[in-house]
Design a protein around this ligand. Structure first.
Ligand code: S3P
Length: 169
């Protein structure tokens, strides 16, 4: 049985912070699809969006997800748009431990407000964008998730503990 735990959810939900803590709690490795994409491309995400467009980024993301879910004893944090492609949803739906991490719109806005590295949020009204993306993606996250965790009011440590408690081998 696969011992990979995949964290999905919107930008600012805390997937990387909580994922790192969760991995160290379980003695697992931690990987982030965005970082793997950047390493392999030798460029950062804004550059990839600029030069290859969002579709180019999504192709890279799809290839990386397919590979990372085959690993053992690993926590994988994914980019917020991972559920947009049906092929990614098919891959995620087959796994036992897919955690949908989310938070209130206000929290998501607060946690991403100073960020310049998320191309989709470099718009005049990032709050509306976050709301729009979430209304499109929330049903998709729920379709493939085995657990849903709302992180408002939880420290990253507490959130990691809750996921560790719900982890099923
Ligand atoms: C994206 C989320 C980002 C990154 C890219 C696109 C999205 O990852 O993959 O900027 O479509 O929501 P995080 O969710 O880790 O910020």
């Amino acid at each position: 049985m696969s011992s990979v735990i995949v964290l999905i959810g919107p930008m600012g939900a805390g997937k990387s912070t909580i994922g790192r803590l969760l991995a160290s709690k379980l003695g697992f490795s931690f990987l982030d699809t965005d970082h793997v994409i950047e390493e392999r491309t030798g460029a950062n995400i804004p550059w990839i969006f600029d030069v290859e467009g969002e579709a180019g980024f999504r192709d890279r993301e799809e290839a990386v997800l397919e590979e990372l879910v085959l690993l053992s004893d690993t926590v994988v944090a994914t980019g917020g748009g991972i559920v947009e492609r049906q092929s990614n949803r098919d891959v995620l739906a087959q796994l036992n431990n897919v955690v949908y991490l989310t938070a209130s719109i206000d929290q998501l806005v607060m946690r991403t407000s100073k960020d310049k590295k998320r191309p989709l949020l470099q718009v005049a009204d990032p709050k509306s964008k976050i709301r729009e993306l979430l209304s499109l993606r929330d049903p998709l996250y729920r379709l493939v998730a085995s657990t849903v965790l709302v992180s408002d009011g939880l420290s990253p440590k507490m959130a990691a503990q809750k996921i560790a408690d719900s982890y099923s081998v």
